[in-house]
Design a binder for this molecule. Structure first.
Ligand SMILES: [Zn+2]
Length: 328
């Protein structure tokens, strides 16, 4: 059955609520879905969440048929299960497979800075155990986005988590589900606020990180927060999240930022920087998120990185090339 208008509006509002915040989603990352009877409405691949306040940004699929098709052949296109596309030719999000399988009515996935930072830390499990949200909180190890990630979630027993649920996907982001979109928004914002405060108790630094992220679409930005001087070098030699591999594959990170004026001195910072002009907005956003992570953790806290072979497989995926090709 097709979802009614109220259901669709609930989904649009969820996308509007989280889509414009660069500390939650960057480029075409992140996705949302809602289930109504046997139908899943999920964000279309390559769309920015902030542009998903209307039907064009979505694709609807038959849930059981989608699950069966993906179980037979994980890389199979699931076109046969599509009921409608908001825009002709759209494809469902690359992460549709977990939306089909997790039990929540409303599901939201973001690449939020707090969830990525905590998932990179050695003491991640300990930090998460001190956070109470009135929801199940789970930590799941890294797996390649798509059916590998879904398999990892099913292995972790997520099918039985039918109430409000928060999952930290290591080296990737946050996944939440609940009965309503407003509960998903509450879970994301409370989780982020608590985990960011835990990792960076200094309010002024947290505000500076926010301000930095808001300024990244402009070419010139200030980095008014304390950054581990080794952080940019660390980013240049390690892959931390899938979107780093997908969007910054050919970008030399340490050469993507130019200082204006005086010599480089990152700490204490009152410096103004430039991105090199050749970067697209998507690349700037992903790069800025990676830089801002350094406000929450130091290189020595960091344990988890994605190995180069895995990252390379990711960039070769046709579905990722498609997503990147339609993002600006
Ligand atoms: Zn993701």
């Amino acid at each position: 059955m097709n979802p009614d208008l109220d259901t669709l509006h609930e989904l649009f509002e969820l996308a509007n609520n989280i889509g414009g915040d660069l500390s939650l989603v960057q480029a075409s990352g992140g996705n949302v879905s809602i289930k109504a009877d046997d139908t899943l409405v999920v964000k279309a691949s390559g769309y920015r969440l902030e542009d998903c306040g209307r039907i064009e940004g979505y694709v609807a699929l038959r849930i059981e048929q989608g699950r069966t098709l993906l179980a037979k052949e994980p890389a199979a296109p699931i076109d046969e299960a599509i009921v409608w596309c908001g825009r002709e030719g759209s494809r469902p999000s690359i992460e549709t497979s977990f939306h089909l399988h997790v039990p929540g009515r409303v599901v939201a996935h973001v690449h939020s800075i707090g969830s990525i930072a905590v998932g990179l830390r050695r003491d991640c499990a300990e930090l998460l155990s001190s956070i109470s949200l009135g929801a199940d909180v789970l930590l799941v190890k890294y797996a390649q986005p798509g059916t590998d990630l879904t398999a990892g979630l099913l292995e972790a027993g997520v099918r039985s988590l039918t109430g409000s649920t928060v999952i930290v996907l290591r080296n990737h982001g946050l996944l939440v589900w609940a009965e309503s979109a407003s509960e998903c928004v509450r879970l994301i914002s409370e989780f982020e606020s608590k985990v960011r405060t835990l990792m960076q108790p200094d309010r002024a630094i947290r505000d500076a990180i926010e301000k930095f992220l808001q300024g990244v679409t402009k070419n010139r930005f200030k980095m008014d927060f304390i950054l581990d001087p080794l952080w940019l070098d660390f980013l240049s030699s390690h892959i931390l999240v899938p979107d780093q591999a997908v969007f910054l594959e050919s970008v030399n990170i340490s050469q993507s930022i130019n200082e204006i004026g005086e010599e480089r001195s990152i700490n204490p910072v009152t410096n103004t920087y430039n991105f090199v002009p050749s970067l697209t907005n998507s690349q700037r956003e992903v790069l800025a998120m990676l830089i801002a992570l350094g406000g929450f953790l130091r290189t020595v806290d960091c344990t988890q990185t994605i190995d180069v072979g895995q990252a390379l497989r990711l960039t070769k995926l046709e579905s990722e090339q498609y997503r990147k090709s339609i993002a600006k």
